[in-house]
Design a protein around this ligand. Sequence first.
Ligand SMILES: *Cc1c(COP(=O)(O)O)cnc(C)c1O
Length: 387
Amino acid sequence: MNTRQRDEAYIAHTYKRFPVELVSGKGSLVYDENGKRYIDMGSGIAVTSFGISDDVWIGAVTAQLSKIQHTSNLYYSAPCAELAELLCKKTGMKKVFFSNSGAEANECAIKVAREYARRNLGEDHYKIITLEGSFHGRTVTTLSATGQERYHEKVRPRTPGFLHVKPGDEKGLSKLFETEKIAAVLVECIQGEGGVIELDAGFAKAAQDIAHENGALFMVDEVQTGNGRTGALYAYENFGLRPDVVTTAKGLAGGLPLGAALLSEKVENVLGYGDHGSTFGGNPVAAAGALSILKRLDPDFLSKVKEKGAFLRKKFEFASGIEAVSGIGLMLGLKTVKPAAEVVAAAMEKGVLCLTAKDKVRLLPALNIPDGLLAEAAEVIKEAAAL
Ligand SMILES: *Cc1c(COP(=O)(O)O)cnc(C)c1O
């Protein structure tokens, strides 16, 4: 059996895979089982922040691998502590809880919100408002938080306590605070899975204000938008927000599983000994990888991400078959006249890997993708989208 047949035979059929087996790569180039070259415009869904097998990252990860690969959270470990310090110093947050994924980071945020509200607002304040079209993960609870009907069908019963409003519906949000007992509002600054849709900045600020006026928390899911993706360390900075909890994962460790919930002063002590945990969370190898990524996300580098984003966006403006470009920095969505899946398939044929998000072509290249490759990929995508 070849890989494809073995996968079909033995792996649960939850993923509809592209007909490509990726075997190796370097930077923003990846190669399939036949040696065909692709420009990677998806980064494993915003994960490989500095591309495939980045040398600095490999150095950090392998150095840690040869020291100790896992400690459990029963002991102190330097990479984990240093990473938490760096995250706090760069964001002004006060504490970090490490997990392995975005869904788990959000689970932590949800626990924090419920406990904070229980202490400060009362036993029956546990509801969390999220937005229609949002995506917060695949656990039963984070699927319940997700504001998309189609994700709710397979989780019956859903975890109770989640309410959804339309992005931009400030009145609807206010109304929920009058009629329901709310613990928190949780938003993505740019809905990723939902179709690369930016939140209206005025609404985002209003949602934060309304939450705070009611003693509730304002939490931002930066699992996809975080770690330099938008040209800011975290996307909320672009919106002038001051969230009480920030969750992140995907690009944090550059390709190793690591999630984090960043806790502000208001909530830094909500979780106490034994209240939460994870066997693998904050694994030293993943943390060493994350340190090597985060240390390079300085203002200079982030401004280059912004420039690359602007450069890429410009390529698509007024292009045939592309109706609109959405997103910020290197998180872009293309509204194409042809079905997005068709454009992605045609681009793949021509050696460029892209993603879809609802009806959009979604682009999430490595943050350090060379301008030459970016231009080459843009030409291929334009050709694939052209009428
Ligand atoms: C991908 C994603 C998640 C889920 O992350 P996992 O690591 O797959 O659990 C949650 N929220 C957002 C915004 C995401 O994009």
